[in-house]
Design a protein around this ligand. Structure first.
Ligand code: HSE
Length: 432
């Protein structure tokens, strides 16, 4: 039997889930792992926590946990990147293992933290940082270790997935659904990081490092959120056989990487198109296993706790082993790869604009596209709901680089009969 003493920092949504699941499932965890996990110290910066910590040592200063000689492993669940970074670095310098659910911390400072962990010969694990309760990092790192990963694509932010799903199902505008998401506790009071794609980009950075052996960083990723997605575009996308999802994609081509987070039209025939609500899913295409899909709850107290505890038990089983890298690739073997500029990536485009309903307008538009060799896959023209004598023109292109499409869009904008801004959303066929 092995025993591990842990110090739990943070008793918010995830921390209280860890406390509860460790208590309620201690027997089954012991039967499976033959490891006894003892919570010996808890620290929270606020009194407003959700658990009765009983007679476990309690501090209001999280650094006390990292200094406690009885603690073998620090569970960092306080969030943020400043105090959390100091806490993790202190824990490592005191030769304690670390488990965290903090994707911002790992995406921003993971390289420094993992290097320090390697030097101190301790483990830093962060399964819960991506996909909440889905064991996706372990699956890629261990289950797919035999494979060269070709690409991965994921719905990795539950808030935006809830918003887009509700807009589609209930035919409700973005602002209304966002308010509903906030009242249900799915979206933060300040939802900026979720709706602007920052949260998804941080998760993609972790997935990309794990899958392609690149250093952790989001700095060169293309990041676009969902705030400009209109209900009418979701409706037109449906008519074309697509659903609008916010996705993160990473694909290796000739040694360079696409790394991007943005809304995209996904065909109904793709499994990812059917991932709704706050659920997350990551599809991974690799050379031996082919396409695998990891689906489940992307957040939530007990679901995220499940991943945190899996990391704790991994460390408990092999605390003496040489430092494993939670990135799969040894930290000193990570190599930078060129990130392909978004303008140079081939993909289909959904384009919508409003034009005057006059003879010859459509032919003028299609001629402009044909002259620039933009190949059209589908076209829809519908009367505009509120502008009399105007139509919505929706065009789905075949694959083209944005750098080739942009001059055509500029020409279209200048046409006398075209009004307003042009809506542009990428089309991703993924596994097709
Ligand atoms: N804010 C995240 C999301 C949950 O909406 O998916 C935690 O990663």
């Amino acid at each position: 039997m092995k025993e591990l003493n842990i110090g739990l920092c943070g008793l918010g949504t995830v921390g209280s889930g860890v406390f509860d699941v460790l208590s309620s499932n201690s027997r089954i965890m012991f039967e499976k792992s033959l490891c006894e996990i003892n919570i010996v110290h808890i620290a929270t910066r606020s009194d407003n926590h959700k658990c009765d910590v009983g007679d476990v040592q309690y501090s209001k200063d999280v650094f006390q946990v990292a200094k406690d000689p009885n603690v073998d492993l620090v569970v960092e669940l306080i969030g943020g990147t400043d105090v959390a970074f100091e806490l993790v670095m202190l824990a490592i310098s005191n030769k304690k293992h670390v488990v965290t659910a903090n994707k911002a911390l790992i995406a921003e400072s993971g390289s420094i933290i993992l290097e320090a962990a390697r030097n101190a010969n301790v483990n830093v694990a962060f399964e819960a940082s991506v996909g909440g309760g889905i064991p996706v990092l372990k699956s890629i790192r261990e289950g797919l270790v035999a494979n060269k990963i070709n690409w991965l694509a994921g719905i990795i932010n539950g808030t935006t997935n809830f918003i887009l799903s509700e807009m589609s199902i209930k035919k409700t505008a973005f602002g209304v659904v966002l308010t509903e998401a906030q009242s249900k506790g799915y979206a933060e009071a300040d939802p900026t990081f979720d709706v602007e794609g920052v949260d998804a980009a941080q998760k993609l950075a972790i997935l990309a490092s794990l899958s392609f052996g690149i250093p952790l960083s989001v700095s060169e990723f293309f990041v676009e959120g969902v705030t400009n997605i209109l209900l009418e575009d979701i409706t037109f996308a449906k008519e074309l056989g697509f659903t609008v999802k916010h996705i993160g994609i990473c694909r290796e081509t000739n040694g360079s990487l696409e790394a991007r987070v943005h809304p995209a039209l996904i065909p109904y025939s793709s499994l990812l198109a059917h991932v709704n609500g706050v659920s997350n899913a990551v599809m991974v295409n690799s050379d031996a296993a082919d396409t695998t899909l990891f689906y489940g709850p992307g957040a939530g107290s007990k679901a995220t706790a499940s991943s945190v505890i899996a990391d704790i038990i991994d460390v408990a089983k092999a605390p003496e082993s040489p430092c494993f890298s939670s990135l799969g690739y040894p930290i000193d073997r990570l190599k930078r790869k060129d990130i392909i500029n978004i303008e140079d990536i081939d993909c289909g485009f959904y384009i919508r604009f409003i034009a005057r309903d006059k003879a010859g307008v459509l032919s003028e538009l299609t001629t402009t596209m044909a002259e620039a060799s933009v190949s059209i896959e589908s076209i829809i023209q519908r009367d505009h709901a509120s502008k009399i004598d105007h139509v919505n023109v929706v065009i789905q292109t075949n694959k083209i680089k944005y750098s080739a499409l942009d001059p055509v869009l500029k020409k279209i904008k200048k046409l006398e009969n075209v009004l307003d801004d042009i809506v542009l959303i990428r089309v991703e066929n993924l596994d097709q």
